[in-house]
Design a protein around this ligand. Structure first.
Ligand code: PLP
Length: 375
């Protein structure tokens, strides 16, 4: 049996090696390492795939979030509502820009922003909501957009874990996550559902004014060469990464389908284990399973992990410390955030391997390994 890994980017590469090698060679031959044809092609192809007017490539997902927030003319002290139960990048950027993170709770089924918690967190200083489509399940965007509209707030979707996910509105209209809020931010970190061979990220929006602004911010605030209108940053997607992404984008739906097949296999197998709650998706969201995350009830998680580790089955805790308890937020730590679901999920989540290259033998072995802990 092949060694089991949380992600297997190597075998994913080998399956498309010839095409990818050729595309990289083309970039080398063109010597257009920055802003070359591959970047333009990818920008166009991604905007077609997502069904969004404007895509702005950038250097990574964290930059994408930062550029998005910089484009909204926020003022120091403005309050930004975001879940605590997410990867740190979402909230780190808020703090980096001198804005105030306001942590809200998540829903115990979807792991995404809880609507009641969001409503309670809104004050006269709130300017922006940043929902995260965590693990590949969409946040409840229809309700979030209604609330944002009623309070005149911006919405930036953190779509780093859910590219390709479909969200269906109550009127039947379906859109890709990342294209529903004012801005969507995503990452092409190698282990993401659409992963480059290095860092990469992108922004998308249907708002031309925001698109122009973000394009400018990502390029040193430049409006014309050497004329800098606003303070920006330097955030680019390399041509080589774009060339790889162009090939992988064509396979994204197949990649997501193979993640869904893994999830289905696990969920069937664990249905009979009462200590395990398997992830599920609500009617409005497809699930693209960036992670397959179990909730363990009445289980010593450390022992569970040691049991798997002895069988060379990797697993991960995403994330061991929620945002509101991170040292980086200093005095914020002492705020009484009251996030009961976040606090109850943190000690019981455990993510199993899910990627595009898993075979039946590996899946059967993992399932046996997990189940044997409970016998
Ligand atoms: C990966 C990730 C990011 C950051 O992306 P990078 O490309 O690593 O900067 C942001 N938010 C979430 C939820 C992520 O999973």
């Amino acid at each position: 049996m092949r060694k089991i890994q949380m992600v297997d980017t190597k075998n994913q590469y080998l399956a498309i090696k010839e095409e990818v090698d050729g595309a990289i060679q083309d970039v080398l031959d063109s010597a257009a390492y920055i802003n070359g044809k591959a970047v333009k092609d990818f920008t166009q192809n991604l905007s077609t795939y997502l069904g969004v007017d404007h895509v702005i490539p950038c250097a990574n997902g964290t930059d994408a979030l930062q550029i998005a927030m910089m484009a909204l003319d926020l003022k120091p002290g403005d309050e930004i509502i975001t879940p605590s139960f997410t990867y740190i990048a979402t909230t780190e950027v808020v703090a980096l820009l001198g804005l105030k993170p306001v942590f809200v709770d998540v829903d115990p089924i979807t792991f995404c922003m809880d609507i009641e918690s969001l409503k309670k967190a809104i004050t006269s200083k709130t300017k922006l909501i940043v929902p995260v489509h965590l693990y590949g399940h969409a946040a409840p965007m229809e309700e979030i957009m209604e609330i944002a509209k009623a309070h005149n707030l911006f919405v930036i979707e953190d779509n780093a874990q859910a590219i390709g996910c479909d969200y269906t509105f109550s009127n039947g209209v379906t859109k890709k996550t990342g294209t529903i809020g004012h801005i969507g931010a995503t990452s092409f970190y190698p282990s993401k559902n659409l992963g480059a061979f290095g860092d990469g990220g992108a922004l998308c929006t249907n708002d031309k004014v925001l698109a122009d602004k973000m394009t400018m911010i990502a390029n040193h605030g430049q409006s014309a060469r050497y004329y800098h209108d606003v303070v920006g940053c330097n955030s680019r997607l390399d041509s080589i990464q774009a060339a790889v992404l162009n090939i992988k984008l064509k396979k994204l739906d197949a990649y997501n389908a193979s993640r869904q097949a893994v999830a289905k296999y696990y969920s069937n197998a664990f249905a009979s284990v009462k200590e395990i709650t398997t992830p599920s998706s609500l009617h409005y969201s497809k699930h693209v399973y960036h992670q397959y995350t179990l909730q363990l009830k009445g289980v010593d998680r450390d022992k569970f992990i040691a049991h798997l580790s002895a069988k060379e089955i990797p697993c991960m805790i995403y994330y061991p410390v929620p945002g509101h308890l991170q040292k980086m937020f200093g005095e914020q730590k002492n705020t009484n955030w009251n996030l009961p679901i976040t606090d109850s999920l943190t000690p019981c989540v455990c993510s199993l391997p899910v990627h595009t290259e898993m075979d039946e033998q590996q899946l059967a072995y993992i399932v046996d390994g997990v189940k044997s802990f409970f016998n």
